[in-house]
Design a protein around this ligand. Structure first.
Ligand code: FES
Ligand code: FES
Length: 156
C-alpha cells in the first residue's frame, strides 16, 4: 500500500492503495466517481475515458502511481452544472440509449473539440473510433459532436 496524491476535478485527493492499482479503481472505489464506467478493463472499449492533462486517456490501463503529477478530469468535473457544450449537445440530440458508454463518449468528444474546435468527419471518426456503444447510438454521437462544436462557438 502507498499514499498517492491525485489531482482530480480541480482538487488534491489522497488514495491509500497499491501503486499498480488501475486509476479507474481509485476513481470509482476510493473517490466515488462512478460516472467513469468499467467496460473491458483492457483499454479496448472506451467506457472509462477521462481526461489526463487534457487528453483522452483510459484509466483502466493507467496505474495510480503513474497518474500522480497529472491533472485528471472525470465526467463529474467537466462542468459544475452539467452544461458543458458537449453535454448540452448530447441532451439536445437525445443521444443516450442505455447510457453506459456515454461518459466515455462525451469525454472523448471533449478532448477532440479542445484540439479541433471545428472537426471534420474524419477527425470525429478517428477520435471516437475506439469508443464502443452496444446500443448503436453512433449516428447521434457523431451529430452531437458537430452540434457541440456549434454550441461552443456560440451558435444557436
Ligand atoms: S474499461 Fe477502460 S477502455 Fe474499457
Ligand atoms: S448507449 Fe448503451 S452502450 Fe452506448
Amino acid at each position: 500500500m502507498g499514499r498517492y496524491r491525485l489531482h482530480v476535478n480541480g482538487r488534491q485527493r489522497v488514495v491509500d492503495v497499491p501503486g499498480d492499482t488501475p486509476l479507474l479503481w481509485a476513481l470509482r472505489d476510493e473517490l466515488g466517481l462512478t460516472g467513469t464506467k468499467y467496460g473491458c478493463g483492457v483499454g479496448a472499449c472506451g467506457a472509462c475515458v477521462s481526461l489526463v492533462d487534457g487528453a483522452a486517456e483510459r484509466p483502466c490501463v493507467r496505474t495510480v502511481e503513474e497518474s500522480e503529477r497529472t491533472r485528471i478530469t472525470t465526467i463529474e468535473g467537466l462542468s459544475p452544472r452539467g452544461d458543458h457544450a458537449v453535454q448540452r449537445a448530447w441532451v439536445e440530440l437525445d443521444v443516450a440509449q442505455c447510457g453506459y458508454c456515454q461518459p466515455g463518449q462525451i469525454m472523448s468528444a471533449v478532448a477532440l473539440l479542445a484540439e479541433h474546435p471545428d472537426p471534420d468527419d474524419a477527425q470525429i471518426e478517428e477520435a471516437l473510433r475506439d469508443n464502443v456503444c452496444r446500443c448503436g447510438t453512433y449516428p447521434r454521437i457523431r451529430a452531437a459532436v458537430r452540434r457541440a462544436a456549434e454550441l461552443a462557438r456560440g451558435e444557436r
